[in-house]
Design a protein around this ligand. Structure first.
Ligand code: P1T
Length: 377
């Protein structure tokens, strides 16, 4: 099936009892059992919920996987992934990831005996050099938040297969519409479905997709055992949103391309990070492994005053955390999304105080450009 056909239909059979075309919101915490030991496959809603199951099947189809396991936030999913390893194990991870991922792993999970090497995974040699006898996972975000650095996913999956590691890819920035890491041999895809998948800035949620029975069994067990599940109404909202994922992503990208071109011609934008620009150092790799370049742009304005002016004076863009919604947002990563990352580490990757991140929405692009141009001139 094509992407949009799956987006609209996968996991969504008409309701057996009424024929309702849209999957109902099963807003219940428990289910009546017919007699002791006899039930309809639904016992308790932390364990089974049909609205959630529909969502999991839907996203699994879009990511070309076999199983989806939904969580109450992207970070709840990120947390659950560490149940695949044990105290004493080692994880190689991209040095640039969402700041909350860094905070969870480096400032929380490390206390439970997990060892992390934060390396620039855009150079595969750095991954190979970081391998230790106790390495179990290679975790990459590509493109990264907010530097838009790309990691070669086929390369990562080959290293992992050779060494029997689990490869995990945070695919939040691309959405399944533009990139399918499982098709490149990776083991697990992670999404903050708060972002493009839901796309309307009204739900916080996360999802993990895999083809592996073994990985699925463990994560399904943890979903129930730890209980960080999304509510049925949130699942229903996301199911509604994925129906338009393809058209939204097309428009996000079209707008972002034009805005990135605008920035690249404006002297006040000292450095423009967007994989769709030919000047992006990994533009060719991006073209190879992605079907589009997405809706995220970061710009270094060279001085904090200009950066501040941009985030404070925009009228259509809104200064806010998060990304991937239909409305355009602007954010200052150094003080907002990546404040947990030590300044020295931020500086090393170019995440400066003068960097501004743009989540380009699906408004009329002329209005978005004018909004910025009124400030930069
Ligand atoms: O916010 P939550 O749904 O828990 O997802 C965490 C997360 C995971 N991965 C990536 C790539 C992310 O960007 C995020 C969340 N990011 C933001 C809130 C942000 O503004 O960047």
């Amino acid at each position: 099936m094509g992407f949009s056909t799956d987006a609209i239909h996968a996991g969504q059979e008409p309701d057996l009892k009424t024929g309702a075309v849209i999957t109902p919101i099963y807003q219940t915490s428990t289910y009546a059992q017919e007699e002791l030991g006899k039930h309809k496959g639904y016992e308790y809603a932390r364990t089974q919920n049909l609205t959630r199951e529909s969502l999991e099947k839907n996203i699994a189809a879009l990511e070309k996987g076999k199983y989806g396991i939904a969580f109450s936030s992207g970070l709840a999913a990120t947390n659950a992934l560490m149940s695949l390893v044990k105290s004493g194990d080692h994880i190689i991870i991209s040095n640039n990831v969402y700041g909350g991922t860094y905070r969870l792993y480096e400032l929380v999970m490390k206390d439970f005996g997990l060892d992390y090497s934060w390396v620039d995974t855009s150079n595969l040699k750095n991954i190979e050099n970081a391998i230790k006898p106790n390495t179990k996972i290679v975790y990459v975000e590509t493109p990264t938040n907010p530097m838009l650095t790309i990691t070669d996913l086929k390369g990562v999956s080959e290293i992992c297969k050779k060494n029997n590691f689990i490869s995990i890819v945070d695919n939040t920035f691309m959405s399944p519409y533009f990139q399918n890491p499982l098709e490149m041999g990776c083991d697990i895809v992670l999404h903050s479905s708060t972002k493009y998948i839901n796309g309307h800035s009204d739900v916080v949620s996360g999802i993990v997709v895999t083809k592996s029975d073994k990985i699925h069994d463990r994560l399904r067990y943890i979903q129930n055992a730890a209980g960080a599940i999304p509510g049925p109404f949130d699942c229903w909202l996301i199911l509604r949103a994925t129906k338009t994922l393809a058209v939204r992503m097309e428009r996000h990208e079209k707008n972002a391309n034009q805005l990135a071109e605008y920035f690249s011609k404006n002297d006040k934008a000292k450095k423009v990070y967007y994989p769709g620009l030919k000047l992006h150092p990994q533009h060719e790799l991006a073209k190879k492994q992605m079907r589009g370049f997405g809706g995220m742009i970061s710009v270094d304005f060279g001085d904090i005053e200009t950066a501040k002016k941009v985030v404070n004076d925009v009228k259509i863009f809104t200064l806010a955390e998060s990304l991937g919604g239909v409305e355009s947002l602007v954010c200052h990563p150094a003080s907002m999304t990546h404040a947990s990352v030590p300044k020295a580490d931020r500086d090393k990757m170019g995440l400066t105080e003068s960097l501004v991140r743009f989540s380009v929405g699906i408004e009329d692009v002329e209005d978005l450009i004018e909004d910025i141009d009124n400030i930069l001139g």
